[in-house]
Write a new protein. Structure first.
Length: 203
């Protein structure tokens, strides 16, 4: 089997898995090593290395989703309307952990000062850098049969997250990757025609 085949198979295997439990098929240390490898080897614009990551397990993971539920309850006061939100958050809390993705704005500002011609683009490129880290870690988790789904409860939880885990003031939260044991696989995925999404010239 070629490296390309393996890579493409993993790309297909990586799906949004919402039915998760906390009984991981690998150790917490193995999860940490996956994240460490991604931090070291995922590219960034101008080699800025602006992505910052926090990994939460166990009680800290549940604390994140407790505070998320509390924050959302302040926004959605109607109990009936809140039921679906509560069920969704419960699903995240049932997982084993969460990877929090941040971008260090001090690094972004430094890049803007160093290359002012591209200043407007560095925040965009930082978001792309974060996205690459998210994809690499998500796919790596899939390779060891750990399910995950990506959430974006920022900015509503930003202040509470920063306070709870003493996050640097320059770190901006971008996404939350919930992970755990797969209790139920993802459903069928519909694909729009490739010819509507891709063009090739000169081949």
């Amino acid at each position: 089997m070629s490296d390309l085949t393996t890579l493409q198979q993993l790309a297909e295997k990586r799906r949004s898995i919402y039915a998760l439990s906390n009984q991981l098929p690998v150790t917490n240390d193995e999860i940490v090593k996956i994240v460490e490898h991604a931090i070291l080897h995922t590219p960034s614009s101008f080699n800025s290395q602006s992505t910052r990551i926090v990994v939460l397990f166990g009680d800290d993971h549940r604390k994140l989703w407790d505070m998320t539920e509390d924050t959302l309850r302040e926004i959605v006061s109607d109990e009936e309307k809140f039921k679906s939100t509560k069920e969704r958050v419960n699903g995240f809390r049932n997982g084993a952990g969460t990877v929090l993705f941040f971008e260090d704005q001090a690094v972004v500002r430094g890049m803007q000062e160093a290359a002012p011609l591209y200043a407007d683009n560095f925040p965009i490129w930082a978001s792309q850098t974060s996205a690459m880290h998210q994809y690499v870690i998500w796919t790596a988790l899939a390779s060891v049969d750990v399910g995950a789904n990506l959430q974006h409860y920022n900015p509503v939880i930003d202040q509470k997250v920063a306070s709870a885990w003493d996050i640097d003031k320059d770190w901006t939260l971008n996404a939350q990757l919930v992970f755990g044991a797969i209790e139920q696989p993802a459903g069928e995925k519909a694909f729009k025609p490739v010819e509507e999404r891709m063009k090739v010239f000169g081949a």
